[in-house]
Design a protein around this ligand. Structure first.
Ligand SMILES: Cc1ncc(COP(=O)(O)O)c(C=O)c1O
Length: 406
């Protein structure tokens, strides 16, 4: 008797009308906010002081201590931190800033906001972090800053990048949006580069909904950034309506409205208390995904170097086109149809219309980044996930790969 495959066979893709691996959708990300976080925010709401004030200042001290940096400035996003960092080092029209094409829009956009030229270079084929040798080749007399990105939470090659920066007198502004809690050669991210920018956006390893921070050892940059984050008005302007009574303030430069405020600060401080527990859970889930997918030759799993503590912000797999009869987008849609949320981090920035049209970037310029950009799918990885959620993710990926296997 021949076996009859019916529409309800567990191997029929949900995309083709079969039953999905899960009956309910697993979101790509959900923040973990608990009763302590709620209490911290409520206390601030009841305190009589909502905007930038004592809680923001306390957070800045705590993050500086955690990262080992001398100074920290809380801001309202990592984008703001990156923008202010470029302003502080004097990047302007005619300057070039080198960064990675495998990053979020804002890493490149802030270079354009300063009127400077983004210079992309290719990434390394194991971590997909910016390739230090490619940076070296791209440096010109007009290079005013380097912005390496700790992609997915894996610290970039900081020794090599810092040494290029030092040799040419170019500041290194690390985009550590993914990398709070990560370490490079035993040192926390945030205390190594000239400036480090963090994100506390809703999907990040710790969150304040929206938020960011910048750490540095240089007092003059920290001072400039504090001023420029709050309209360019004189330092400690947040005290101007405080208990010490009204004081005049001066505009010393046309700054921005980028300040962190105390509601945000109270949430992110409370989240910081759970950073180690969150990281432990990310490690366990990452290992569960690794174990469940390690024999799938149709995909490559994320790899990491021996000298880092990875923040495991993302879990990007790469589909191998030579082993599959479908492209990345088809695989991605099929996994989502199984009720598993996915993300794409990132389609290479230089191929986006604005960057290609404005600066003449073309496919073929950065082959490692482009292949990555075409093949990557991020699977869910966050502390709120249960073991079952991770197992469902594995089951969905395996089901889809089995269907499209060549
Ligand atoms: C690599 C990278 N840099 C910068 C940012 C910007 O962070 P924010 O949303 O806090 O401005 C993000 C946000 O997703 C990011 O992924």
């Amino acid at each position: 008797m021949s076996e009859r495959v019916t529409i309800s066979s567990p191997s029929t893709l949900a995309l083709a009308g079969g039953s999905p691996v899960r009956s309910s959708f697993l979101p790509f990300h959900q923040p973990l906010v608990d009763a302590d976080d709620e209490r911290a925010v409520l206390e601030t709401l009841r305190s009589g002081w909502l905007t930038t004030g004592p809680r923001t200042k306390a957070f800045e001290k705590e993050l500086a201590a955690y990262t080992g940096a001398a100074h920290c400035v809380g801001v309202n996003s990592c984008t703001a931190a990156l923008h202010l960092a470029l302003e502080a080092v004097g990047v302007g029209p005619g300057d070039e800033v080198i960064t990675s094409p495998i990053t979020f829009a804002s890493t490149a956009n802030v270079i354009v906001h300063r009127g400077a030229q983004p210079v992309f270079v290719d990434v390394a084929p194991d971590t997909f972090n910016i390739d230090a040798a490619a940076i070296e080749r791209a440096v010109t007399p007009r290079t005013k800053a380097l912005i390496p990105v700790d992609f997915a939470g894996h610290p970039c090659d900081l020794d090599a990048i810092m040494s290029i920066g030092a040799r040419h007198g170019i500041p290194v502004i690390e985009d550590a949006a993914h990398a709070i809690g990560a370490q490079y050669k035993g040192r926390p991210i945030g205390g190594i580069a000239d400036m480090t920018c963090f994100s506390f956006y809703a999907t990040k390893n710790i969150t304040s909904g929206e938020g960011g921070a910048l750490t540095t050892n240089r007092q003059e940059w920290a001072d400039r950034i504090s001023v420029m984050a709050l309209h360019g008005i004189s330092r400690d302007a947040w005290k101007r309506y405080g208990t010490e009574g009204y004081k005049h303030w001066d505009i010393i430069a046309p700054g921005y409205k980028y300040n962190m405020f105390d509601i945000q600060a109270s949430l992110v401080r409370s989240q910081m208390n759970k950073m180690d527990a969150f990281h432990k859970r990310r490690v366990a889930l990452k290992q569960r995904l690794d174990t469940g997918l390690s024999d799938c030759s149709e995909i490559a799993l994320p790899s990491e170097r021996a000298d880092v503590v990875h923040a495991y912000h993302l879990y990007p797999i790469l589909v191998r086109p030579e082993r599959l009869s479908a492209d990345r987008d088809t695989i991605m849609n099929a996994i989502q149809a199984e009720n598993i949320g996915i993300g794409i981090h990132f389609r290479a920035v230089h191929l986006h219309p604005f960057y290609a049209d404005t600066f003449g970037f073309r496919r073929g310029m950065f082959p490692v980044a482009e292949a990555y950009s075409d093949q990557t799918i991020s699977l869910p990885l966050y502390p709120r996930m249960t073991d079952q959620d991770a197992d469902d993710t594995v089951a969905a990926v395996r089901k889809v790969l089995a269907h499209y296997r060549r």
